[in-house]
Design a protein. Structure first.
Length: 136
C-alpha cells in the first residue's frame, strides 16, 4: 500500500466539509488544482490523478489495461483503476476545497491535502493526493 503512513500526510480520517454535502445522481468534477478528476455515479466513483509522487503496486494479472493512474469504488469495494480510457480532462465542474458530493452511498470530499471518497454502506474507500494514497 502506501509508503508513508496516511496519518503523516493528512490522509487519515475524513475532515467534516465546511459546506453542506450536495446530493446528486451523477457528477463529473475536478479538484481546484485540476490534478484530480472524478466521475461520480450512484454508488460508484472513479478518480484519476495527473501528478503524483508515488507508484501503485504491481499490475495484477487480471488487468490488461492501464493500471494505477487512479482509484475507484464499485460494488462497495475500493481499488486502483484498471482502464483503457481516462476521466482526466472531462470535468464539467470544480469541487471546491471543503465541499462534498454524494451520489447514493458514495461521498467524495475535496480537501486541501487530498480527495477522499467513501462508500458509506461498506465503509471502504480511498484518499488520493500528490504525496500519497490510502485504500481502506
Amino acid at each position: 500500500m502506501s509508503s508513508t503512513p496516511a496519518s503523516e500526510v493528512g490522509l487519515g480520517a475524513a475532515p467534516s466539509p465546511t459546506e453542506p454535502v450536495s446530493v446528486v445522481t451523477e457528477a463529473n468534477f475536478q479538484s481546484p488544482s485540476k490534478n484530480i478528476t472524478c466521475d461520480l455515479t450512484t454508488g460508484a466513483v472513479r478518480c484519476e490523478i495527473v501528478k503524483r509522487d508515488w507508484q501503485p503496486p504491481p499490475r495484477p494479472a487480471s488487468c490488461q489495461l492501464g493500471w494505477g493512474h487512479g482509484m475507484s469504488i464499485a460494488n462497495g469495494k475500493a481499488d486502483f483503476v484498471c482502464a483503457g480510457d481516462t476521466v482526466i480532462g472531462t470535468a464539467s465542474e470544480v469541487l471546491p476545497y471543503g465541499s462534498a458530493l454524494r451520489a447514493g452511498s458514495v461521498q467524495c470530499y475535496s480537501g486541501n491535502a487530498a480527495m477522499r471518497c467513501i462508500d458509506e454502506t461498506s465503509q471502504h474507500g480511498f484518499t488520493l493526493a500528490v504525496a500519497d494514497y490510502n485504500l481502506f
